[in-house]
Design a protein around this ligand. Structure first.
Ligand code: NAD
Length: 329
């Protein structure tokens, strides 16, 4: 029986006599069948490596062939485009920069949906507009496939150590199958609700993170201007009510902490451009839901200004440097 089930996926549905019938998904029974991976950038590359480490054969692609080299050397099969990935794997993870890339990779001329197999599980871990996740889910559903959004919290370090947090939206009955793969790359895999709710959680977190980082940066800068030693000020904040992640784990002032981008000329980490994108997503969703987000709007404008002034590829904690450069003008 198991051998018969392995070959195809049986759908969950309701028969004409209104008796529920549940048939088994082959995906969870064939855990080491190939997994597809599309988008091998800063995050996707270490995530894909963790899947390989867990013994999953990988079928991967990226528009930049250079990005595929490392996983290819570790045994991944590299193919030309997303449609080819879908032809060879019935579980696929995508990790792409933004909404237009996701639309292209799923619905473009060489997109996943051109060759997707019925019953495939498609997990998108990019941070994108929740409405695009819903569109992709509807398009996948038409082809008999399941789409889930599973954006991540945690940067490149967490991606490398397999300690990401995944926020998952989609059909609850598919969560177990998604978790099997996501657990290889993350320490926390949290079910959020219907498709798009993973993105909603991610966007809310990043809006708060951006506001907190700007607040920490201007506070630290003011304290320094008032003659306080930055390390001492950080220590006091971190034992007081102003403490937050940006002050105690990712301090933006060079020299206050080791092992964070501020100590490395703001290289690595989470790019200002990506933060500006996430704040733009927060703005769109706030407008659509008529939700007031005054500080989120201001944070969005600041990160956009930073992108225009050459900070796009620096870590988002470089807002401290940006404020310093604005001083006295
Ligand atoms: P990245 O730009 O480094 O990587 C994206 C990869 O996708 C690139 O290699 C690019 O070539 C590839 N790509 C783009 N279009 C493609 C296409 N049509 N077909 C195939 N490949 C394509 O970005 P990243 O830092 O890895 O981030 C990916 C996502 O994760 C983003 O949505 C980002 O907001 C989110 N995220 C990033 C971080 C971080 O710290 N970098 C943290 C949390 C979430």
């Amino acid at each position: 029986m198991a051998a018969v089930l392995r070959g195809s996926r049986y759908l969950v549905g309701r028969c004409c006599r209104h008796v529920d019938f549940v048939l088994v998904s082959s995906r969870s029974m064939a855990s080491k069948t190939p997994v597809g991976f599309i988008g091998l950038g800063n995050m996707g590359n270490p995530m894909a490596k963790n899947l390989l480490k867990h013994g999953y054969p990988l079928i991967a692609t990226d528009v930049f062939p250079e990005s595929c080299k490392e996983v290819q050397e570790l045994g991944a099969q590299i193919v030309d485009n997303p449609a080819e990935v879908a032809d060879k794997a019935d579980r696929i993870i995508t990790m792409l920069p933004s909404s237009p890339n996701v639309i292209d990779v799923y619905t473009g001329p060489n997109g996943i949906l051109k060759k997707v197999k019925k019953g495939s599980l498609l997990i998108d871990s990019s941070t994108i507009d929740p409405s695009v996740s819903k569109e992709m889910a509807a398009a996948a559903d038409k082809m008999g496939a399941v789409f889930m959004d599973a954006p991540v919290s945690g940067g490149v370090g967490a991606a490398s150590s397999g300690k990401l947090t995944f926020m998952v939206g989609g059909a609850e009955e598919e969560f177990t199958a998604a978790k099997e793969l996501l657990s290889c790359m993350g320490a926390n895999v949290v079910y959020c609700g219907q498709v798009g709710t993973g993105q909603a959680a991610k966007i809310c977190n990043n809006m708060l993170l951006a506001i907190g980082m700007i607040g920490t940066s201007e506070t630290m800068n003011l304290g320094i201007r008032l003659g306080l030693d930055p390390k001492l000020l950080a220590k006091i904040l971190n034992m007081s009510s102003g403490r937050c992640w940006s002050s105690d784990t990712y301090n933006p002032v060079p020299g206050v902490m080791e092992g964070v981008p501020s100590g490395n000329n703001y290289q690595g980490g989470f790019g200002t451009q990506l933060m500006a994108k996430d704040l733009g997503l927060a703005q769109n969703t706030a407008t659509n839901t008529k939700t007031p987000v005054p500080l989120g709007s201001l944070a969005h404008q600041m990160y956009r200004m930073m992108c225009a002034r050459g900070y796009a590829n620096k870590d988002f904690s470089s807002v401290f440097q940006f404020l310093r450069e604005e001083e006295g003008q």
